[in-house]
Design a protein around this ligand. Structure first.
Ligand code: GDP
Length: 195
């Protein structure tokens, strides 16, 4: 997909604030610093559309980025990732659950994990949550340029194992720095938004 137009569109904390355009949405989940903003910026060939790293503890919102007037990337803030109070975390959990479980336009969730590390408990919980609600998802393993190629299989297996029953074709070795996996990521997205 050649991207000609992209704007940060809106932030939402409740359904009343979600876009009303009925365009398909691709959710992006993952802990802060995993490379979410870099993923969006790299895919759309921008240096800094998506804001980088939200500060832990700061109020988080769902951010909708309109791409080519065709679909939205929705930055789903960490599901309990940040160091915030229990009350804050519960509120935040409800916001994400509400979005994921009720949003008809949500076509696919990409769970971003750092290729160097095993997924966090929250990443695995997110995957189980999506399984439970039967929402399509795939795993993007970021920052692969930091791992020598000879070790990719080992890291891939460890991540796959930690997530449980993930199909091999649903795992993507990715780097925003080298562009590894970029084409495949677009394939996934295009396929998801066609339906
Ligand atoms: P976010 O908090 O998930 O939005 O993460 P960012 O996109 O801001 O990335 C966090 C840090 O990781 C930044 O310093 C990025 O430059 C770096 N980073 C992101 N993606 C990659 C990648 O594919 N390779 C490398 N080497 N660094 C990356």
């Amino acid at each position: 997909m050649k991207v000609t137009k992209s704007d940060i569109v809106m932030s939402a904390v409740s359904p009343a604030q979600y876009p009303t355009t009925f365009l398909p949405e691709i959710g992006l989940s993952g802990r802060s610093n995993v490379g979410k903003s870099s993923f969006i910026n790299n895919l759309i060939n921008r240096k800094a559309l998506a804001r980088t790293s939200s500060q832990p503890g700061k109020t988080q919102t769902l951010n909708f980025y309109l791409i080519n007037e065709m679909f939205y990337f929705v930055d789903v803030p960490g599901y309990g990732y940040a160091r915030v109070s229990k009350k804050e975390r519960a509120k935040w959990g409800r916001m994400i659950e509400e979005y994921i479980t009720t949003r008809k336009m949500l076509k696919l969730v990409l769970i971003l994990v750092d290729f160097r590390h095993e997924p966090s408990r929250e990443d695995v919980q997110m995957k189980e949550f999506l399984d439970y609600y039967d929402i399509p998802y795939k795993i993007v393993m970021t920052k692969c340029d930091k791992i020598p190629r000879g070790k990719w299989n080992k890291h891939k297996s460890a991540i796959r194992k930690a997530f449980g029953n993930v199909r091999d074709e649903d795992l993507l070795v990715y780097s925003s720095q080298t562009g590894q996996g970029k084409e495949k990521a677009w394939e996934w997205i295009e396929e998801a938004i066609e339906y």
